[in-house]
Design a binder for this molecule. Structure first.
Ligand SMILES: [Zn+2]
Length: 167
């Protein structure tokens, strides 16, 4: 993977902000995803990395409007590990730990993950994959997206701070 510093910085920034590293429960599949409402962004990710595929997801927001999310994802183990090694020096602490976990996965003899990876299940907003730690199961059995919940809590904390500073 050959990238100049500007492209590498851009990619690392996008990944740090929006990207997710997923490792399946059986510890065999490593998947990187970057969701975006902007098709150009995910196309640039695909062009720079030279790997992965782009999927389009439609979802309906509360107001009834429908939105489109584009998601770049890559899950061929050796390719993904190669990309992680390139980005590793630019990651924050938490992501570095996850990346190291992903780099430790041993390839199958054919060099890739399972032959028939399960279909992606994503959260209602179409942003995050519903696997492993990201699934919070409510008392009524509903499966909720932890990343979305964290985002809502951050927004709530922020608006609380803003209303405090206004009063
Ligand atoms: Zn989500």
């Amino acid at each position: 993977m050959v990238m100049n510093d500007i492209d590498l910085g851009w990619l690392a920034g996008i990944f740090e902000g929006e990207g997710c590293i997923y490792i399946t429960q059986d510890g065999r599949t490593l998947r990187l995803t970057i969701p975006s409402t902007d098709l150009e962004t995910v196309e640039k990710v695909k062009r720079l990395t030279g790997i992965g595929t782009i999927h389009q997801a439609n979802y309906v927001v509360k107001s009834g409007e429908s939105r489109v999310i584009y998601r770049w994802q890559a899950q061929k183990l050796l390719e993904v590990q190669d990309l992680l090694r390139t980005l590793l020096p630019h990651f924050g602490k938490r992501r570095t730990a996850k990346a190291i976990e992903g780099l430790a996965i041993e390839p199958n003899p054919n060099g890739y993950g399972p032959r028939n990876p399960q279909r992606l299940e994503v959260c209602r907003r179409g942003l995050h994959e519903m696997v492993g730690n990201n699934v919070a199961v409510a008392k009524n059995g509903n499966r909720r997206c932890r990343l979305c919940r964290n985002e809502r809590e951050r927004d709530r904390a922020r608006s609380n701070r803003e209303s405090l500073s206004l009063s």
